[in-house]
Structure formats: C-alpha cells, structure tokens
Write a protein that binds this ligand. Structure first.
Ligand SMILES: [Ca+2]
Ligand SMILES: [Ca+2]
Ligand SMILES: [Ca+2]
Length: 403
C-alpha cells in the first residue's frame, strides 16, 4: 500500500488570514510529502523585528518594489522622483534627480504591539546638509488609512506626493534635520480648517484621535514618551504612565517611542511605531476607549521619502519625493506564521498535522475536495497546535483559519 501526501501552498484569500492548504491522499505504502510550489506568502503574520541596523530580521517579510529613478522613468505616469510643488490630483509633477529619496523597496510588518516599516533607497537615507547657512531636511514617512475608508483622512497629492491615493488618517514618520536625526513622531490628518485643527489638538492632549475627513495642511504632530513627564502633556488613564509633546518640523529635537536605524551604507532603514502612540478613539470614559491601531484591524499604507535639495546632484533647487504603490488590506493578524505541516511518516494508521505554537488559537479545517470545498472545523483544534488524523480511504485537505 502506498500513501502519498501532497503539500499544497495556496495564496490565502483577502481579509482574515487563512493558512496555506495541506492535503494527503490515503491508501498506499510509502508516505511521501510533496511540495507543489509556493505562491504568495502573506506579510500579515507577526514578525519579530529589532531596530538595530541589522536587516536579517526582515528576510522573510515580503518586499514591495518601486522603480529605480532616473530621467524618463515613470511610475503610473508620474516621474518616479519628482518635485513637491504640485497639489492637484491630476497634476504631473516634474522630474527631480535626487537618489537619496529614490525609494526602490519597502516592507511592512508588525508584532503584538508595534508597526514596523522597511525602506531601501538608491542613495543615502536621512542625509541632510548642515553649515552656517544651510539646514537640510529629510523625511521618512508611512501614512496610514486606519479605518479602510477613503472619506476620512486626505489624498496624498495634497502634500505633493504622487502617484496619489486617498483616505490617509495618520502618519508614522521620522525627520532628519540639519545633519541629525531630529524626531520620530505621529501625525493626525483629521482636520480641514483651523477650528477643526484646534479641536484635534485638544483631543490629542487627552489621548484621543477622531478619524475624520482631513487635509494635508492641518495636522497636529506629536512625540510620545513612556514616562509621565517626558512630554508636556501627561495623558489620562489608562495611558497616564505616558505623555506627549506636540512638535513642529525643524523644531527642537525630541526622541520618543518612534525609532529608526539605518544600514552602515545608509541605503536601508528600519523604523518602529508602537500601536499606543496612535492613541484611542473618543469613547468615554477614556478607560473604555479603543486603540486606533490594534491586532485584528486592517490598514492601507503608503510609503514616501522626501528631502530638500542641497545634497541632490546640482544644480537643483527643488525638494523631491518618491512614493510607492500603497499596501492595501494589510491585516494585523494576532498569530505568527502557522507553518502548517503534515509529518512525513505514518504512525498507527494516523498522520500528525501540526502548526507553530504562535498560531495556537487558529482553527484547523478539513475538506475532502478542493473542487467543491466543504471546510469543516476540527473540534478542539483552536486550543492546540497539532492534531492526529487517521488515514482513511479518501483525500483530506487541511488549512488553518482565524476564528
Ligand atoms: Ca533589525
Ligand atoms: Ca523609486
Ligand atoms: Ca481613512
């Protein structure tokens, strides 16, 4: 009797995370495990990242790519690296040669309490001029649609970022200024006039972010400190261990919980923004308010690099930026990559189906066919990371799904 098991790796459907699919066909003598090919691996599982300038921890996080900039290089009809002087959705900005902001690769991942972003550029990230008369600026930006709603937040073109897309409510970003790392901050784009901006400042002093229609021009930005006195505004409970300080571009340097590290050659950056700095919604009492960013939510993310002109090839007097295509439907899974597998041996007429301990809580499902699947949950599988399955006369396909 030969028993043949085939391991199928399928792209998971959108929305909630579902693992790769495994199968075995019963009824034969040697048990063979066959990998039929890897399709797209999703980034939404938890990864551990250390902000230390060593990028080995990003190796298994999927890459997104952006063109290498240059004369005549277009991205969705937009010069890949371009000026920041335009603000209408259908404008075509002008090419600017600035390799330091030429985004070429980016990644995004998370763990149970932090968002992580990876950037790779043709030139040196974060380089700014400093001398008696010149004080350069460089921005590393991830802007987030936190509610998957394009009617809240703003459109990228308003800030001179192209290709444009809509719905961005908050940023995690880093500013380099005058030759140094100046600040890592959060930013709220939920105001379209001064009155609404004043209300947003008041909200944020109280640890609240309302996700509202916004504009590029009206935004509070703040640095979050994990001490009551590190900033100027201690937050109310349950965040009263922390404080914030509103900051301005080119302002004094304040370094809180948003951090960045570069590779020795400056071509790569890794950045962290803890969930807590995005604050909570307006539910009262505030102790019942929900975090704006938490596991189980779905985000849209846009990556940009932007800098002033001093260190670009001269002559050039224009600021330049480069924006990647957004990462849509980024689901913040609470689990690590399940790595579902069937042990390549049979014992007592059964096989062992197992998955990583960090995926305990996911439900194992089985179907006898992928042609007309009938996925049935295997009872009790959400409290373990392995199941012994008796080999029967038919096929069995397995996958893990989030509850
Ligand atoms: Ca690292
Ligand atoms: Ca580029
Ligand atoms: Ca939005």
């Amino acid at each position: 009797m030969d028993t043949i098991a085939k391991l199928f790796l399928h792209a998971a459907p959108p929305a909630k995370s579902v693992s790769t699919i495994l199968s075995f066909a019963a009824a034969a003598a040697s048990f063979v495990l066959v990998c039929s090919g890897v399709t797209s691996v999703r980034a939404e599982y938890i990864h551990s990242i250390t902000i230390d300038g060593n990028f080995a921890d990003w190796a298994t996080v999927p890459s997104h790519f952006d063109p290498v900039g240059g004369p005549g290089v277009f991205h969705n009809g937009i010069p890949d690296t371009h000026d920041t002087d335009h603000s209408a959705p259908n404008d075509i900005p002008v090419y600017v040669n600035h390799p330091d902001i030429d985004l070429v690769e980016y990644k995004f991942t998370h763990d149970s309490s932090n968002l992580y972003a990876y950037f790779r550029a043709t030139g040196v990230i974060g380089r700014t001029i400093t001398n008696a008369t010149q004080h350069g600026r460089y921005y590393v930006i991830v802007t987030l649609d936190v509610d998957s709603n394009t009617n809240t937040g703003y459109g990228l073109h308003e800030g001179g970022y192209y290709p444009t897309s809509y719905g961005y409510d908050m940023n995690m970003e880093v500013e380099y200024y005058d030759g140094h790392y100046n600040k890592g901050n959060y930013l709220n784009h939920g105001a379209t006039n001064q009155t609404q901006l004043n209300a947003a400042f008041l909200d944020q002093m109280n640890g609240i972010v309302r996700v509202l229609p916004g504009s590029y021009d009206f935004y509070p930005e703040w640095v979050w400190f994990d001490t009551p006195n590190g900033g100027t505004n201690q937050l109310p409970a349950p965040d009263n261990y922390a404080s914030i300080r509103f900051v301005k571009d080119r302002g004094p340097s304040y370094q809180g919980i948003v951090r960045i590290a570069l590779s020795p050659d400056g071509h790569q950056a890794e950045m962290v923004a803890p969930f807590r700095g995005f604050m909570r919604d307006a539910t009262q009492p505030h102790t019942s308010a929900k975090p704006i960013i938490s596991l189980g939510k779905t985000l849209k993310l846009s990556f940009s690099l932007e800098a002033s002109p001093e260190l670009s090839p001269q002559p050039n007097s224009d600021w330049a930026s480069d924006t990647g295509d957004p990462i849509a439907n980024y689901y913040l899974s609470p689990y690590t990559d399940p790595q579902l597998q069937i042990a390549p041996s049979v014992s007592g007429g059964s096989v062992l189906v197992s998955w990583s301990s960090g995926a305990t809580g996911m439900k194992l499902q089985r179907t006898p066919s992928l042609t007309s699947p009938d996925w049935q949950v295997i009872a009790g599988s959400d409290s373990t990371n392995h199941v012994t399955w008796p080999i029967g006369s038919g096929n069995a396909f397995f996958r893990l799904a989030e509850p």
